[in-house]
Structure formats: structure tokens, C-alpha cells
Design a protein around this ligand. Structure first.
Ligand SMILES: [Fe+2]
Length: 606
């Protein structure tokens, strides 16, 4: 059976494909943003669909047995459409992202057999994304984000215990309630509201968590009180908290460095403390309701590494599995898995690593070096480790890309964690982002460095550890203000090449740790292709590229690439790709007729 999972609506669209045709489960998945180069893209995931089909050597949606779509709400604007004709008429932006008209046209003209379509509830998809790829046969599943869900998984069955959110049916203790509960501010929305006060959008939770890490340096200044009566079984209602926040300060400055101080740090700390209390309560409730000994986590709050550590340490569960694509990037995989098992699939396979992307073709390396006038030569891990130990900052591209927001070595910028100035250099010259944000360390699973107190296994960089007080100055680039660090452990079976590089660096320096940050510039998704990586190399202060064993460096002939030029070239390329994909995957007559009708109606209405 071959199943395609899709998220086509709202942010972080994407596709995932699973197949058991070879006798084992094979999986590929990618977010549209990685391909169209628009962060958190809202675009119908035509590029991701094509990418996933090609990963399985397929050409058409006819080759798929089940196509499972994320359903964000149970009542669409019109039957069978996530976008709706009237929205398409109104919302016509001159760009693809959040362009309802373009998305609607693709949706309505996509060539697929409707009998193969399944709709998967959004929160159920998150639950499937965590449980089915965990090593567990009996586990509680907790989803904490804009919606909330508690599930119990046994074998290939995944049952709802409690669920609420996104205009979908509400469940309590396994029963669907006659009336759904909507319109209240839950824990994640409350956290987003604080992020908004700090000047960030709905994707700013990571920055809020980072700021909360400075809480011990400033005296607490609470500008609002958190409603102590917000708990009603699995429903946590922050409406009163939010109403009491009218006088909470709002940051409207341009310089986000100024957020490291009060009242901003206190705001972030209050949000973090509250979210911790709420999610730990939900984990306790999941234990009480399922009696399971293990738990799987997904949903945006499962990217909060401090909370994950506390769930592990608080002890109700013997083991915890966290889906690395815990936010909505993981929804396509959840849809595919849900469709596979409810469609009778029986094979299970643990997601032991996050490398679900399709490897680049090394045959293209020469072309990329030629296009950008870069020097290129094969290099061993030892040679690259020597450069890192000499202070060079290197972008690494290897194998399949990581699914989810964390780069785990295959699309990573790597550096030496020991120099005092490295964190600042990375933030200002390479990533062009706020100086208060921390970097994470990659370590060897079987040779843990003595600096950290951390979980033995943490392959997805979603669990906080801490650096021992006496060792913090030894690896300052990967230790946050409060001493925490978001460790990635690497084993040979997960990523042999990356393991060898860390090992070679450790053999040289006696420090078996590398700084690992995602390979992208500010406002840019993580790079996917060699060409994406080379263009990022030209726009940042990176010293070299290391791509599938080939070291590339700038030469006197290497051109200057400005972000403006890069954006224009990328936009033109992507426009052409979408045009080609519409020809391939859509009924062009349906697309053109519907587009004409919408355009005419728009011009008549004025
Ligand atoms: Fe979600």
C-alpha cells in the first residue's frame, strides 16, 4: 500500500509518502517551504507532492492507494473545499502564500480519484505522527498546541480519550460530546499572546522560550496574573488570564536585543512557567486516564525542550518519545500514517532518525561549483574537523534532509563550541538573528562529553540538558544563559558520516561536541538542495561548504549575491516550477475556466 499525506491548508503545508511495497515501511516527507523557499509556506504543496512521488519513483497521483488530507476544521467553507469559492474571490494576493485563489484553483483542478481521499482530523494527525513511529505498543499520546488531545495507542489502534480544538468535535473520556467546545484561549494560544507582546508572530515561541532562560538574572516583575481556576479536566481555559493582560507591556521597538531585560524577560518567564504547569498537568492527566507506562508527544508545545525534560524527570512515565516534527510540519506524516493504519496497514517502523528527505544527486555537485565559481575537492572528515578546530564555520549538506524544524547534521551549520566569541559571531555574521538566542550541541551518543547532564539519547534535539557550572566556560557557544543546552546525540546507525565528523573533531581537540545550527539565513527556510546551500554560502559569513564529501570554498571569481538578487531569481524559478507542476498534476481546462470565472466576477464587482 502506498499512502500520501498532505497538509494543504494554512501554514506549514507539505507532503509525506509511505510505502510497504518492498516488505518494509519506507517514508519520505518534506515541507513545501523547503522547496519554494518561503518560510512556513501557506502554498498548496504541489512541489512537496512531486518530491514525495519522485522519491518513490512515481509519476502520478493514480499510483497512490490513499490520499489523506489534514482537516483543520470539520465544516469547510463549502463541501469538499478547504478554501471555498467566496474566499478565493476575496483573497487574491499577488504571491502564492496565503493566496486562497491560487490554492483553490489547484485544489479544484488536481487530478485525483476522489474515492481514494480520506480526511484526517488535525489533532488526530499529530497523534498519529508521534505514536505510530514510536517504539511503543502501548502508550499515552499527548498533543498540546492550539488544539489539545489525549489518546491511547495499543498496537495499530489509536483511540481518542479527550480532544478539543479547531472547530472539530469535542471528545471527553472517549465519548463525543453532543456540542463542541470552541472559542477559548488555551495554554498554547496564551503563550502565543505573550510572544506577540514581545513583538513576535505566531512562530515566535522559540524566542520566548529563549528569553525565559534569562529569568534568573532579573527580579520577577509580574504585570498580570494567571487564572488559577483555568483547569476543567483536560480543558485549560486562559480567557480570564488574557482579559487580565490588558495592561501588560507590549514591545514595539526595532532592536530585539533590548528584550533581554525587564519587563520582557519577566513576561517570557511567566509564559514559560505557566505553559510548563499546564503541560505537566496534561501529562499527569494522560497517565491517570490511560494508565499507560509510556507517552508520545507532539503538537507545538512538544518543541519546548525545557518542558520535555520536566515531563521525563517528573516521573509518571517510564519512557517518552517525541516526534521531531512536532509542530504542523509533521502533519503530512501523521496523515499518511493515520491513513495507512486505518486502511489496514500492519507494518511498524520506529522513526529512529529524522532524515526523511530525498538525497541530492552528487552528480550535480560539479555544476553547482561551476555555477558559483567555487573551488571543489573531496575532503575527509579529519580535514574538515581540522578546519573547524581552526575556527572555520562550515555548512554541511549530506544525505536526506531532516523532517521538522531542527537541523540534525544533514542541513547544518557547524562550528567549534569552545571560543568565547563563537555564539556572537554565528548570530551576527551567519544567522543575522537576535544575540540572545542559544545554539545547540551535537555529541556522540556512545561517548557523552563530561560537560553536560543530559539524557543518554536525544537524537532530535528536543530535550533540554544542562551544562555543569564548572564546565560552562569550556563550551560557551552551546550553553544558554540559564545553563541549559538542547543536546543532539548522534549514533553511527542514525548518521555514520556525521558521527565520524564529530569523532574526528573530538580526536583533535578532546572536545567531542560541535555547535549545530540550522543551515539557513534569517527569514529563510532550511536549505534543501546543493544550490540552496551555495546561495546561502554566498550571502553569509560562512567559511566553507561540505556537501556529500566535497569541500567547496570561495574563489576570486565567486560572485557577490545579494539577498534581493537571490529572492528575485528564486521567485522566478519557483514560479516556473509551479507552472510546470500545474500542467502535470492538474486538469488545465478546469483550472483556466475557473480562474477566468473568478477574474471576471472580481472585475464586475469592482
Ligand atoms: Fe497543529
Amino acid at each position: 500500500m502506498i499512502v500520501l499525506g498532505l497538509k494543504c491548508y494554512s501554514h506549514d503545508t507539505g507532503a509525506a509518502i509511505i510505502s510497504d511495497e518492498s516488505g518494509e515501511l519506507r517514508t519520505h516527507a518534506i515541507s513545501e517551504a523547503r522547496l519554494n523557499r518561503r518560510k512556513h509556506s501557506f502554498t498548496y504543496p504541489l512541489m512537496a507532492i512531486d518530491y514525495c512521488l519522485k522519491a518513490m519513483n512515481l509519476r502520478s497521483l493514480d499510483d497512490i492507494d490513499l490520499i489523506c488530507f489534514d482537516r483543520h476544521m470539520e465544516s469547510w467553507p463549502e463541501p469538499g473545499s478547504q478554501f471555498g469559492y467566496s474566499n478565493a474571490l476575496r483573497r487574491h494576493h499577488p504571491r502564492y502564500d496565503d493566496n486562497h485563489r491560487w490554492n483553490y484553483l489547484v485544489e479544484q483542478s488536481l487530478k485525483l480519484d476522489k474515492a481514494k481521499v480520506r480526511w484526517i482530523n488535525h489533532i488526530d494527525a499529530h497523534a498519529a505522527s508521534a505514536y505510530y513511529v514510536s517504539p511503543f505498543d502501548d502508550a499515552a499520546i499527548l498533543i498540546a498546541e492550539g488544539g489539545t488531545g489525549i489518546y491511547h495507542g495499543t498496537g495499530t489502534d489509536l483511540n481518542i480519550v479527550d480532544r478539543i480544538g479547531y472547530l472539530s468535535d469535542t471528545y471527553r473520556d472517549g465519548e463525543k460530546l453532543p456540542k463542541r467546545r470552541d472559542h477559548f484561549v488555551n495554554s498554547s494560544f496564551f503563550y502565543d499572546k505573550v510572544s506577540e507582546n514581545l513583538g513576535y508572530d505566531i512562530f515566535g515561541a522559540g524566542q520566548t522560550m529563549a528569553l525565559a532562560g534569562y529569568g534568573h538574572l532579573f527580579e520577577a516583575e509580574n504585570s498580570f496574573s494567571v487564572d488559577p481556576d483555568r483547569f476543567d479536566d483536560f480543558i485549560i481555559n486562559h480567557d480570564k488570564t488574557i482579559h487580565g493582560m490588558t495592561n501588560a507591556p507590549v514591545y514595539d521597538g526595532d532592536d530585539s536585543e533590548k528584550l533581554v531585560g525587564n519587563p520582557w524577560v519577566s513576561l517570557a518567564r511567566q509564559a514559560q512557567d505557566t505553559l510548563e504547569e499546564d503541560v505537566l498537568y496534561l501529562a499527569w492527566l494522560a497517565k491517570k486516564k490511560t494508565h499507560a507506562k509510556k507517552i508520545c508527544l507532539a503538537g507545538g508545545a512538544a518543541l519546548n525542550c525545557i518542558i520535555n525534560r520536566k515531563i521525563i524527570e517528573s516521573g509518571p512515565f517510564l519512557d517518552v518519545y517525541i516526534q521531531p516534527a512536532a509542530s504542523d510540519e509533521g502533519i503530512p506524516l501523521g496523515c499518511a500514517l493515520s491513513g495507512y493504519y486505518t486502511g489496514g496497514g500492519e507494518l511498524r517502523r520506529e522513526m529512529n532518525d529524522a532524515y526523511l528527505g530525498r538525497p541530492n544527486d552528487p552528480g550535480n555537485l560539479k555544476d553547482v561549483a561551476g555555477k558559483w565559481q567555487l573551488s571543489a575537492k573531496p575532503a575527509s572528515p579529519k580535514e574538515v574537523a581540522e578546519m573547524l578546530a581552526a575556527g572555520k564555520i562550515i555548512g554541511r549538506v549530506a544525505g536526506g534532509s531532516e523532517y521538522g524544524p531542527r537541523a540534525l547534521g544533514n542541513r547544518s551549520i557547524l562550528a567549534d563550541p569552545r571560543p568565547q566569541e563563537m555564539k556572537n559571531k554565528l548570530n551576527t555574521q551567519i544567522k543575522h538573528r537576535e544575540g540572545f538566542r542559544p545554539f545547540a550541541p551535537s555529541c556522540l551518543e556512545d561517548r557523552p562529553p563530561p560537560f553536560f547532564n543530559s539524557p543518554r539519547r536525544s537524537p532530535f534535539m528536543v530535550i533540554a540538558g544542562s551544562a555543569h557550572q564548572s564546565d560552562r566556560e569550556k563550551v560557551p557557544a552551546v550553553t544558554h544563559a540559564d545553563g541549559t543546552c538542547r543536546i543532539q546525540t548522534v549514533s553511527r546507525d542514525q548518521n555514520a558520516d556525521y558521527y565520524e565528523l564529530i569523532e574526528a573533531f573530538g580526536d583533535l581537540t578532546d572536545c567531542y561536541v560541535l555547535v549545530n545550527t540550522s543551515f539557513n539565513d534569517r527569514e529563510e527556510p532550511i536549505v534543501e538542495t546543493y544550490d540552496d546551500a551555495a546561495s546561502c554560502f554566498l550571502r553569509t559569513g560562512l567559511d566553507a561548504l561540505y556537501m556529500d564529501g566535497v569541500l567547496m570554498e570561495k574563489t576570486n571569481e565567486t560572485p557577490v549575491l545579494t539577498p534581493t538578487d537571490n529572492n528575485a531569481t528564486t521567485a522566478a524559478r519557483v514560479e516556473q516550477v509551479y507552472s510546470d507542476l500545474i500542467e502535470h498534476y492538474c486538469d488545465v481546462d478546469v483550472y483556466v475556466n475557473l480562474a477566468t470565472r473568478l477574474n471576471e466576477e472580481e472585475s464586475h464587482s469592482g
